[in-house]
Write a protein that binds this ligand. Sequence first.
Ligand code: HOZ
Length: 462
Amino acid sequence: MKKYILIRMYFSVCCGRTSTAYIERKQAVMKQLSDKDFTKSHALLRESNRCMVGGVSSPVRAFNSVGGRPFLAESGKGSRLRDVDGNEYIDYVLSWGPLAMGHAYPAVVEAVQKAMESGSSFGVTNESEIRLAERIAAQFKSIDLVRFVNSGTEAVMSAVRLARAFVGCDYVVKVEGGYHGHSDSMLVKAGSGLAARGIPNSPGVPNDTTKTTIVIPYNDLNAAKEVFDECGDDIACLIIEPLPGNMGLVLPDSGYLEGLRQLTKWSGSLLIFDEVMSGFRAHIPGAQQRYKVKPDITILGKVIGGGLPVGAYGGPAEIMAMMAPEGPVYQAGTLSGNPLAMAAGIATLDALLQEGVFASMESRMLDLCKGIKDAAKETGVPVYQTRVGSMGCTFFNESGVGNYSDAASSNTETYAKFFWGMLRRGVYLPPSQFETYFMSAAHTDADIDKTLQAACDTLKDL
Ligand code: HOZ
């Protein structure tokens, strides 16, 4: 109980909820939004707070890091998201990435409806699993065999277990600000919601679990070398988002990923690429293709589920054969390979892989990012803009951002003002500086023009 009270105190200090700055920020936000009606959202939020922890099913949705209260979603179509008060936004969050074809893409809707009519879950293998696995293996040179699960968290947890069993030791190396879902061993100096709240580790994770997790800064090959020199024999795997998207979007320095590939090879450890975010977004099929580095195990999620809950991990047959029922490493799931999710994933990939689709998303993201950078320059607001494929991020930072400590030095107050200014003008960006925004195939040139106009006006107001 005592520990619980201390943790509560720790959280209120971390989040600064009672500070004058927090109250002032909230008041400023409310003033900025006075011309938008959120009556129904706020009424539902009061209800959700009575029956759901923090009123949400996932922390960043509470908008804590930008202050103010979140809206509640009613529906989405194409590039647009509509809230329960009838406000419409050009959506660059896209359910945090999965909706590569946009909201309610007709082929996805039709595929899911059709699958539903044949039954929603069987608990035995269904042909749709084979078809999605085939598509993934055909795209990724590093993957022979796939195992489907229901989320990226599950895929990471299982892949780390697989790596430990395959290599025969326990240590796992991860990157500061890298986010790999919320399994215990990965909640050490993680990005996303933890970065937004400035929490290094989560209470409730036993010290013994994280003792075997070694954290290195991103883009620092010397730091990685030191760790591998010192304890390379005990390292089962190095897990990394090759293109980190959970500390904002940070790009790998030239040679960094190749260097990690060499280190892991020399020490006999596995290299795991977490491409939950970058898969089918950094490139087709992912960051490993863009940067020409082949991992041992790949983690996927988001786009391969087309908006339904899917995670997957895959690799060469030699490694994957360690998994039950072929091998001794156990992992199972009642809804794994669920036919509705498989159908959504297949329809999404089939549409996205059509000639020119990804290229046009990429070129729109390029226009958007270039436009924001130009507007910031014109208005004298210092930003550091990153973009790869259909992913982008605007850091309010005078210097470059190459790792987590750079990202953490960004001006989050200014990001919060930018977020609300854009929302007021009908553009929904991630409600945290430490996330990535996404383009869909449904976004049009007119959407980009409207977004850039909103960005110019908002930046002028900052
Ligand atoms: N992990 C997601 C952001 N990178 C957040 C998911 C959510 O809150 O929906």
